[in-house]
Each structure stands twice: as structure tokens, then as C-alpha cells.
Design a protein around this ligand. Structure first.
Ligand SMILES: C[S@@+](CC[C@H](N)C(=O)[O-])C[C@H]1O[C@@H](n2cnc3c(N)ncnc32)[C@H](O)[C@@H]1O
Length: 268
């Protein structure tokens, strides 16, 4: 099943979102015969199949909703979570910086609620693959459910393991760590990544970033970048255009590096 189809009309099996007048979002797959029960009334899925995306539809009580094809960002926002998840603003930059695209082989830890896993699986397409490690079974189960609901589970191998024990894979294109102590695992990361492969991590404090920076050189990493992404929304009123009053001011620092070979290895 395709996750995002470029059809003009909604099809049975599509992932859709219904948006209420108060911007409450309902994300689900269109299955003929099923219904959505909301406090604004019942919506029959049969009424939502084979209609143009962007249409206004009505519950049995006459409440209006718009039917919108969910973007990856919409999908991530609706991820069921019991950990801190990565934000779309960070994920977008991670994908392009680490060169993750169709056909990539990507490794990540920890899986957590699977928000990044979802984005990675979406980005690598059916030809790529994600290996995702997690130490807590309950987190892995939640991520599995989230991925299954989106039809992305076949692009992901979920592994239940403390990454201190190392990874099974080698020759990986890109490896991302979203856990508190990535600096403890750089030898394992180095072994899994292909030479020249991309490493990335996100950390909430500068103290952790410093520890990671110190671990790069001894473990064969170079081309290091540290940054943070600040995203400020505006109130979209053309006559009073100004920033929103609140913003998510800090999610984490992003750290990127490349696996490099010492001179004597490179000449072999
Ligand atoms: C912040 S969450 C990851 C969130 C995830 N990136 C997302 O977007 O949903 C961190 C996860 O790392 C896991 N973790 C921490 N240390 C680990 C280790 N040594 N090996 C494997 N998983 C670990 C935790 O159990 C937790 O679920």
C-alpha cells in the first residue's frame, strides 16, 4: 500500500485526514464500510471515497470537515508517543544533511515512539531499509504499531537491544542516534557505517554536545557540524502580519559528522 499517493481523487486504502472547523485532526485509512465517530457526529467512509482531495464533507449532524491528504509533517504530528519525539523541523534538516533518500540503508537508535523511524522509512522508499534499535520492549511495540498503521513496517527491521552490545549491520549509509549518551557508542557506530558514511545525533544540552565532540577524532570521524534549527511561525493575517506569540524555542542541538579513514588506510 502506498503511503502518499498523488491521485486527484481519494481512493479506498488511502491515508486521509479530516480537519474540523477548530482544526482538530483525525488521521485514518479509508476502509469501505467503516465510520469515524466524533463529538460532531458520525462520518461514513463510503462518503469519502472517490471525491476530490480538499473537499468539504459533513457528518450525519451536518458538521463540516475538510478531507486533506496528510503530508509527512501531518503524519508525524499525529504520532502516538510515550517518549520525546523528533520534530519535523529537525527531521527535514537531518534527512537532507545526511543524504538520506530513495534506496538508502539507514540505522538508528533508540527507536522510541518511531517518529524518526517513520520519516526515515518514508524517505528511503521501497528500495531502502531502516534498522532501528531500542532497549525497551514497550517502546518498540508502540513504534511497531505506529509504523504498521502507516503501511511502513516492511521497510523497517526493529531490533530489541542495548546498542552497547553493537550493531549487526555493516556498510550502512547513514546512522542517527537519538539517545542521551551517543559518545559512549562511537566505536560501534564506526563499525556499522560505510567509510565516508554520515553520522548524526540530537542532544538537548551543550554539555552532552561537548562530550560527543571529544569522541569524534579518536574514533575516526571528521567533517563535524553543530547547529540548531529555530522555526518561528507567523500569524497569517495580511493586515497584521507578525510572529506568533509562542514558539518551541529549543528541541536539541544537531550534530553531524562523517566516518573517515586514516591516511594509511585510504592508500590501500
Ligand atoms: C528520545 S527517545 C527516541 C525518540 C525517537 N527518535 C522518535 O522520534 O520517536 C530515546 C530512546 O532511546 C532508547 N535508548 C536509550 N539508550 C539506549 C541504548 N543504549 N540502546 C538502545 N536504545 C536506547 C530509550 O529507551 C528511548 O526509547
Amino acid at each position: 500500500m502506498d503511503v502518499l499517493k498523488p491521485n486527484q481523487l481519494t481512493q479506498e486504502g488511502d491515508l486521509v485526514q479530516l480537519v474540523s472547523p477548530t482544526n482538530k485532526v483525525y488521521l485514518f485509512r479509508l476502509i469501505s464500510g467503516e465510520q469515524l465517530h466524533t463529538h460532531r457526529g458520525v462520518v461514513n467512509f463510503d462518503d469519502l471515497i472517490q471525491i476530490p482531495w480538499g473537499s468539504q464533507v459533513f457528518s450525519h449532524q451536518g458538521s463540516p470537515f475538510y478531507i486533506i491528504q496528510p503530508s509527512l509533517s501531518d503524519i508525524l504530528r499525529e504520532t502516538k508517543r510515550s517518549t520525546q519525539i523528533l520534530y519535523p523541523k529537525d527531521i527535514g534538516f537531518i534527512l537532507i544533511t545526511m543524504g538520506i533518500g530513495p534506496g538508502s540503508l539507514v540505522l538508528e537508535a533508540g527507536t522510541g515512539s518511531g517518529a524518526l523511524t517513520t520519516a526515515l522509512a518514508w524517505a528511503v522508499g521501497p528500495q531502502g531499509h531502516i534498522y532501528s534499535y531500542e532497549v525497551r520492549a514497550e517502546m518498540q511495540n508502540l513504534a511497531r504499531k505506529n509504523l504498521d498503521k502507516l503501511g511502513l513496517l516492511d521497510r523497517v527491521t526493529l531490533k530489541l537491544r542495548d546498542i552497547a552490545e553493537g550493531f549487526d549491520e555493516e556498510g550502512i549509509d547513514a546512522l542517527f542516534l537519538d539517545l542521551p549518551d551517543p559518545y559512549e557508542y562511537m566505536p560501534q557506530v564506526r563499525r556499522a557505517l560505510k567509510s565516508g558514511g554520515a553520522f548524526g545525533s540530537i542532544l538537548p544540552t551543550t554539555n552532552q554536545v561537548s562530550r560527543l565532540l571529544n569522541a569524534f577524532h579518536p574514533n575516526g570521524f571528521g567533517f563535524i557540524d553543530v547547529c540548531e534549527i529555530m522555526l518561528r511561525y507567523y500569524k497569517a493575517n495580511p493586515d497584521r502580519l507578525r510572529p506568533a506569540d509562542r514558539m518551541v524555542a529549543h528541541t536539541g542541538y544537531l550534530i553531524f559528522a562523517r566516518s573517515i579513514l586514516p591516511a594509511h588506510d585510504a592508500s590501500q
